[in-house]
Design a protein around this ligand. Structure first.
Ligand code: SF4
Ligand code: SF4
Length: 135
């Protein structure tokens, strides 16, 4: 048995398709949805934990890729270097999962690691390189 966390990027033409359902039905995989969101470009993002037999897992991931879904392992962690962040807000509209949001009271940018899917979009966007990838 394997248990893996993966990030799926669905192009908008696939967002309404029962792709995850097929993983269960045709590949005997069990899944847990850890996070789900639709980005401003209407791409779907899903973070899943998949459980099943190794061979079913490999075939299931192949099926996803053949369907046009981008599959990325969730092996990295994005963290914020609090000493560097100036709370400029540049990263806020870029983050697809609202892991970076402006606190309405303090006007500071809060980082919610539990929402972050490690897409790394904020890394290049941050002018002071406060967002870092840890392997
Ligand atoms: S872009 Fe960088 S400095 Fe600006 S709020 Fe985001 S993490 Fe902080
Ligand atoms: S890596 Fe950055 S942009 Fe991507 S989800 Fe995490 S905080 Fe948001």
């Amino acid at each position: 048995m394997v248990s893996k966390k993966i990030v799926l990027h669905f192009p908008n033409k696939l967002v309404d398709q029962p792709i995850v359902y097929k993983l269960v039905k045709d590949y005997n995989l069990k899944f847990n949805i850890l996070k789900a969101s639709i980005t401003p470009k209407e791409e779907g993002l899903l973070v899943l934990e998949l459980n099943g037999e190794e061979k079913d897992y490999k075939q299931g991931v192949n099926y996803l890729k053949e369907s046009g879904v981008k599959v990325q392992p969730l092996s990295r962690d994005v963290v914020r270097n609090e000493a560097k962040c100036t709370h400029c807000g540049v990263c806020v509209p870029i983050c697809p999962t609202a892991a970076l949001v402006v606190d309405p009271l303090t006007r500071k940018v809060n980082f919610y690691n539990d929402k972050c899917i490690a897409c790394e979009l904020c890394i290049k966007a941050c002018p002071v390189r406060a967002m870092e990838v840890h392997f």
